[in-house]
Design a binder for this molecule. Structure first.
Ligand SMILES: [Zn+2]
Length: 423
């Protein structure tokens, strides 16, 4: 029996639907009583076209099908109708006739300000003293619990690690990797020099081995070559670690725009990101699993930790995020596609990276506009150019506050980095 007729009977407070089949059979249903007369119009516009001609005996399948067909605007009609007042600004500005008044309206929109907000950025990193393992995609896993995120790719050749954590739980990290891989760690990539990413270097390195080095030219270069994992990074990361006397700096460095490995049957690419949070960041792309490990360039927990003294800049950050977005692929209407392992926070996909990039572009443009008026740092801070993002990424205390971030944006726009580009 197919649905041949759909009728609604509604007033503002109650609404019924009569369904008639092609054999004349009838059935009644009820819509939500909330503004039922409006709902009846929606019923005829958005429900009926998909229901007519379908089997009346498979209502369940129909209820499943219709939201998929009407996927474009899943929000309520209230939100859509709200656009009617929410989008009035530009026209209102034009109507003011006075350019200065229009400008004020535009700026009122551009520069929201408000009192400082305490950080509410959700940080899912467990702090129970244990290492937690989560499969991201393919043979790539995420280990959390010891500072920055650790990514592990496993396979017949051994384990390939991106970042080593803070080192406080290094023994547990080694044990967690051993549960994923019977073979030792062969390669460790450091995406940055920062201790929460490199503190575990020494222990993870000595727990590993790099058979590709024994008996080669490199085995004569340094003692113990091959008897531990090889740590890889762009040159500036090694330079920073040696400068700051951090233990176990990388021994295998590169200055090219791409470092390639083929490991465990998978293409692995390492890209240096110039002048992003520092002049020493890298990202790693596992191409078969299609997982990108971003280091501190992207986090879900805070504003990017741009260190202008070490060659970081807001423009380099935006460039790096655009570089990542040039490599990602999304799944239409769903989570997934290229998976992103951030330096800190939860695993995600392209959507969050694009949102983060947009946020940085907006903040950059606001600070740039203030700079053009000759604003001092104090005036820029007072204008609160990040106000509408502070709830998500801001902090008023801790190692990386909102004010420190705004200062970094201001400084790197005023004096863009000129050093740090190793070529
Ligand atoms: Zn970090």
């Amino acid at each position: 029996m197919k649905i041949s007729r759909l009728e609604t009977f509604a007033d503002q407070y109650v609404g019924f639907v009569r369904v008639t089949g092609d054999d004349g059979c009838e059935g009644w249903g009820q819509m939500s009583p909330y503004n039922a007369d409006i709902t009846a119009q929606i019923f005829h516009r958005q429900i009926a076209p998909y229901a007519l001609g379908q089997s009346a005996l498979d209502i369940e399948g129909l209820v499943d099908l219709i939201p998929r067909r009407e996927h474009k605007f899943p929000g309520s009609h209230l939100v859509r109708a709200l656009g009617g007042v929410d989008t009035v600004y530009p026209d209102l500005g034009n109507g003011l006739g006075d350019a200065a008044a229009a400008e004020r309206v535009a700026n009122a929109r551009l520069m929201p300000s408000g009192p400082p907000v305490v950080s509410r950025a959700p940080d899912p990193t467990p702090r129970d003293g244990e290492i937690h393992t989560w499969r991201v995609s393919g043979d790539v896993y995420l280990l959390t619990g010891d500072g920055a995120n650790i990514a592990v790719q496993v396979g017949p050749q051994g384990a390939f690690i991106v970042d080593a954590g803070s080192g406080k739980l290094a023994d547990k990290v080694v044990a967690a990797i051993a549960r994923l891989s019977a073979k030792p760690v062969q390669f460790i990539v450091n995406t940055t020099f920062r201790p929460d990413h490199t503190g575990g270097n020494a222990k993870l390195q000595t727990a590993g081995a790099d058979p590709s080095l024994t008996g080669t030219f490199f085995s004569m270069q340094f003692q113990g070559a091959g008897r531990a994992a090889t740590i890889i990074s762009q040159l500036n990361t090694q330079v920073r670690m040696i400068d700051q006397k951090l233990p176990a700096p990388p021994s295998d460095t590169f200055v090219s725009d791409r470092r390639r490995k083929y490991y465990n049957g998978e293409a692995v690419e390492i890209f240096p990101m110039r002048n992003a949070t520092t002049d020493g960041d890298s990202i790693v792309h596992f191409r078969r699993a299609d997982v990108i490990v971003t280091g501190d360039i992207f986090t879900t927990t805070e504003y990017p930790h741009i260190d202008t003294k070490l060659g970081g800049s807001v423009q380099g950050e935006i460039d790096a995020l655009n570089f990542i977005l040039d490599r990602t692929v999304y799944v239409h209407d769903e989570d997934g596609g290229t998976m992103i392992v951030p330096g800190h926070g939860r695993v995600t996909d392209e959507w969050d990276v694009a949102d983060y990039r947009d946020m940085l572009v907006i903040v950059r443009d606001r600070v740039q506009a203030l700079l053009k008026t000759g604003a001092t740092l104090q005036q820029v801070l007072a204008a609160r150019p990040t106000a509408d993002y502070d709830v998500r990424y801001g902090a008023t205390s801790g190692p990386w506050t909102t004010d420190m971030f705004v200062e970094a944006v201001y400084t790197s726009l005023k004096t863009p980095p000129t050093t740090g580009r190793v070529k």
